[in-house]
Ligand binder design. Sequence first.
Ligand SMILES: Nc1ncnc2c1ncn2[C@@H]1O[C@H](COP(=O)(O)OP(=O)(O)OP(=O)(O)O)[C@@H](O)[C@H]1O
Length: 251
Amino acid sequence: MRPRPTDREPFIHSIELARERVPSFDRYPFSLPAVQGLTRLKLHPAVTFFIGENGAGKSTLIEGIAVRLGFDEGGGEAGPGLNHRPPDGGLHDALRINSSRNRRAADRFFLRAETVFDLASDLDRREKADPSARDWYGEASLHTRSHGEAFLAIVQNRMRSESIFLLDEPEAALSPTRQLTLLKEVDWLVRSGCQFLIATHSPILMSYPDALIYEMGEFGIRETTYKETEHYQITKSFLDRPESFLRHLIE
Ligand SMILES: Nc1ncnc2c1ncn2[C@@H]1O[C@H](COP(=O)(O)OP(=O)(O)OP(=O)(O)O)[C@@H](O)[C@H]1O
């Protein structure tokens, strides 16, 4: 029987919008209903998923949390990385991140499927000055691998125990089989004491059992369960009866 992480204290136990720091609710990102609805949001010690329609604000939120934690918007290791720090007045400035007093993360990493190429280039550049820069990422340059292979290589080589990981739409790089591989890696890291925050559309990834799922949309932000998600229901209905769906869509 695998050990359950549910009883351990999360590194980050909740996030919330500090309303007194919001310059205006009329403009992005504070105009998004999901951001406006960000009262104290409890995070799971293992995995917290942020899901919702395109444009609901998942990337905005995970990026805001990441920048607040000291990452660059583009992802990578904490501290100066791929991009310049975003200007003041963004979501990060108005987010309150409530961390545990008793547990400190050994490491943290922010991985976005869309910036893996930039991360690979940054690593190649850094390796010229410091040959050990790539030690954490496997033997060959990430540029010598496909998008999905590079993404998984980072997860499999760079991530270590007792750490916080933020993933933004990891499925964009991964085939269904590799999404299952990622699930296995996430589980291994969770069992090693890690906490994940993941923005995703993937009904495969969001099936992870030790998780909270928050759905974002016009209604704001609310907790849901795996089988209640539209992602699960639409994918299941489609796969159960593809001909019927196609008849309605394209005939
Ligand atoms: N810099 C910006 N200025 C103004 N509006 C923005 C900016 N960035 C994003 N938006 C808008 O905010 C909304 C949320 O964007 P975001 O990228 O967070 O959505 P998402 O839920 O991650 O979507 P997707 O699933 O398509 O990646 C979108 O309607 C988008 O057009």
